[in-house]
Design a protein around this ligand. Structure first.
Ligand code: HEC
Length: 210
C-alpha cells in the first residue's frame, strides 16, 4: 500500500510518458510473479489402483532399475570392496539411466536433495515432492509413489529410502564410513552432500519424465 502511495505521489510530478512507462514495468513485474506461481504449483497425486495404466507400469520400470543398480553394486562390492565399488557406481549408474531411458521411452533418473552427483540435483517441482514426503515421514505416515503434470510433461516419482547397513557404508555418518571410502569419495565427489544418513531416512527418489 505504502509503495502504491509513494508511486502515486511521484506520478503527480511526472510527465504522462514516464507514467505509462512505470505502469508498464509494474504490470510486467506482476505478470512475471503470477506466472512463476503458476509454474511452481504442482498437483501431487498419490499412485493408487485408479491411476492411469502408464503411471502404474512406470513403477515396474523403477523396480527393474533398482534391481539392476543393486546387482551391479553388490557385485562391485564383492569384487573390489566398498571403496572400489564407488567408481563402478560412478560409471554404471549413468549407463543404466541411459539404457532404461532409451528402452522405456521415458527419461529415467534419480534425484536427491543431498546429492552426491550434481546431475541428481532436483528441479523445483521434484524438490516439492521430497518436501511432501518429508512431511509424511515426520507424521509417521507411509511414503507413496506420486505423479503430477508439469507443463506438457508427466512426472512419476518413487521414494528411495536408506534400507540397510550397506547403504550406510557410503552414505552414513562420517564416523561410519571407512577411511579408504572417504578418501575416494573426496576425490571423485568433492562437493558430496550424500552422507550423514540413518536407517529409514529418505535418501532421494526415482523419477520418470514423459
Ligand atoms: C559403494 C558405495 C555406495 C553404496 C554401498 C551405496 N551407494 Fe548410493 N551412491 C554411491 C555413489 C558413488 C553415488 C553417485 C553415483 C553417480 O555418480 O551417479 C551414489 C548415488 C546414490 C543416489 C543418487 C543420488 C545422488 O546422491 O547422486 C541414491 C538415491 C543412492 N545412491 C542411494 C543408495 C541406497 C539406497 C543405497 C543402499 C541400498 C546406496 N546408495 C548404497 C555410492 C554408494
Amino acid at each position: 500500500m505504502l509503495v502504491f502511495l509513494e508511486i502515486h505521489i511521484e506520478f503527480e510530478s511526472m510527465k504522462a510518458k514516464t507514467k505509462i512507462k512505470i505502469i508498464l514495468i509494474i504490470l510486467i513485474i506482476f505478470s512475471g510473479f503470477c506466472k512463476e506461481k503458476q509454474n511452481s504449483q504442482i498437483q501431487i497425486k498419490e499412485i493408487d489402483q485408479d491411476a492411469p495404466e502408464e503411471i502404474k507400469s512406470t513403477l515396474d520400470i523403477f523396480d527393474q532399475f533398482f534391481n539392476n543398480l543393486k546387482n551391479e553394486l553388490v557385485k562391485a562390492i564383492q569384487e573390489k570392496g566398498f571403496s572400489g565399488a564407488i567408481s563402478v557406481c560412478k560409471i554404471k549408474s549413468p549407463e543404466l539411466e541411459n539404457t532404461f531411458s532409451a528402452t522405456n521411452n521415458k527419461k529415467i533418473y534419480r534425484i536427491s536433495d543431498k546429492y552426491r552427483n550434481p546431475k541428481h540435483k532436483p528441479t523445483e517441482d521434484e524438490y516439492q515432492v521430497l518436501q511432501y514426503w518429508i512431511k509424511k515421514l515426520n507424521e509417521n505416515q507411509p511414503l507413496k509413489p506420486v505423479y503430477y503434470q508439469i507443463g506438457d510433461k508427466t512426472k512419476v516419482l518413487k521414494p528411495i529410502k536408506i534400507i540397510g547397513d550397506m547403504c550406510l557404508k557410503c552414505h552414513g555418518d562420517y564416523s561410519q564410513i571407512d577411511p579408504d571410502v572417504k578418501e575416494i569419495l573426496k576425490k571423485e565427489y568433492p562437493e558430496d552432500k550424500a552422507i550423514g544418513y540413518k536407517l529409514n531416512d529418505l535418501r532421494g527418489a526415482f523419477v520418470a519424465e514423459f
